[in-house]
Every structure is written in C-alpha cells, then in structure tokens.
Design a protein around this ligand. Structure first.
Ligand SMILES: *Cc1c(COP(=O)(O)O)cnc(C)c1O
Length: 232
C-alpha cells in the first residue's frame, strides 16, 4: 500500500468513527507523525492530504526544515523537548503539542518573549499517571492553569495525551474519556491565555476509540508510513 492509499483508508476510518459517534468528521484533523521518515515520504503525505506534520526530534526536524519537507502544511512539535533546544523550536512550529512540565513552560515563555512572538501550545497530560512518562498530572492541572496568565507569550490551545500501551483493543477508552472530561472542565473555567479547542489523542492502533471519545486531532505514524525501522 502506498502512503496515499494508507491516508485514504485512514480518512475513511476517521469518517466512520466520527459519524458513529454523531460527530462532524470535519472537526477532526489528521496529524502525520513523521519521525524517522524522510522528506520525500513527508511530501507524499502532504500531497495526499494530511492536515499537519508532527515531528519528535529537534535535530531531525531541523534537517527536514532545511529540505522544505513540510511546505504546505503546519508543523507541530510532538516529542519530548529539552529546555536547551527550545530556541530551535519556538517560532519554527505552529504548535508545540508536548509541553509536559513547568520548566518547559518557563523556557518557552522566555524564548517567545525574546522573539516577540506568541507560541501556541498544548498541555500534555499524563493521563495514565505513569511514573516513567512525562506530562502534567491530571490532578495538578488546575494549579498549572492558575499560573498560565503570567505566560503572556504563550497561548494554550488545548490538551494532548499519550495513554499507556494497552493490551486489549478498547483498553484506552477510559483514558480518552477522562481526557475529554478534563478538556470540557477546563474550557468552562475560562482563563487568560487559554483557548481550548484541540484535544490531541489517538494513534495508529486506537484513533477510532479516541474519536469516539471526543478527539479533535489524531497523530498517526505507522498506519501512514508503515513500520519504523529502528535499525537504520
Ligand atoms: C510516533 C508518535 C505517534 C504515532 O504513533 P503510531 O503508533 O506510529 O501511529 C503519535 N504521537 C507521538 C507523540 C509519537 O511520538
């Protein structure tokens, strides 16, 4: 199957999942997780109609930016971001999806202020409360949101989550549902610099469930590009 055929199949599944949940398929976007795929593969995915590109590693992103790989679509950063690399990301991407700790919020604020720009971000939530994973604890998110107004060069556009790896096919539904509830609660609260709207959740194996639970953006790698070759 070609990249274009894979994307067409995913679009069909996205549409079916949205309609089954009584949702408008047009409100869900497809972010291609492009890690370990080269500029040519990224261009094919863009030509086949993905909505945005998500990159995980700063070095890989910088290389592909130099090759104009993402031309025509917004670029998002979706990987773990070290504070010493923030300078290479702020201003270069439309959205940083993986803001997972207060130190990173502070570093993004400082860099965005220096560049006299406003950086759109998502807050990553550690919805499975996993010790090994980054992300804000869902129980601590309110105290984080209280501090957001001081970050005047940051605009929070929504939430992102990577739930635990699940043994059974629908195992992540409870986490997706919890994310959706959290997103609704935060939207109701209405704080400065917080403009909810994006709920980024669902990957190759579980995006239909994520859509059923309210996802507005799925991040898909393997189902578009095939298995990543970690031996390379
Ligand atoms: C790689 C990656 C994805 C996509 O994972 P697949 O299972 O290949 O679809 C989604 N989100 C993040 C943050 C990723 O790093």
């Amino acid at each position: 199957m070609s990249i274009a055929e894979n994307i067409a199949a995913i679009r069909d599944q996205m549409r079916a999942a949205a309609l089954a949940a009584g949702r408008d398929p047009g409100e869900i976007s497809l972010c291609a997780a492009t890690k370990m795929n080269d500029a040519s593969a990224v261009r094919q995915a863009i030509a086949a109609g993905i909505d945005c590109c998500g990159e995980n590693r700063v070095q890989e992103m910088t290389q592909k930016l130099a090759q104009n790989a993402y031309e025509g679509r917004p670029l998002h950063f979706i990987g773990r971001l070290q504070t010493n690399k923030v300078r290479q990301v702020v201003g270069n991407v439309a959205l940083i999806q993986s803001v997972d700790r207060m130190k990173l919020l502070e570093a993004i604020q400082a860099e965005a202020a220096k560049q006299e720009t406003v950086q759109d971000i998502l807050l990553e939530i550690n919805i499975g409360r996993e010790k090994t994973k980054g992300g804000f604890d869902p129980d601590e998110i309110w105290s984080v949101l209280d501090k957001i107004p001081v970050f005047s060069n940051i605009c929070v556009r929504g939430l992102m989550a990577i739930p635990p790896i699940s043994e059974n096919p629908t195992g992540n539904r409870k986490f997706f549902q919890e994310m959706c509830n959290l997103s609704v609660d935060i939207t109701r609260k209405k704080s400065d610099n917080v403009c909810m709207g994006i709920l980024s959740m669902g990957m190759s194996d579980d995006f239909a469930d994520a859509i059923a639970c309210g996802s507005t953006m799925i991040r898909v790698g393997t189902a578009i590009f095939g298995r990543r070759n970690y031996d390379k």
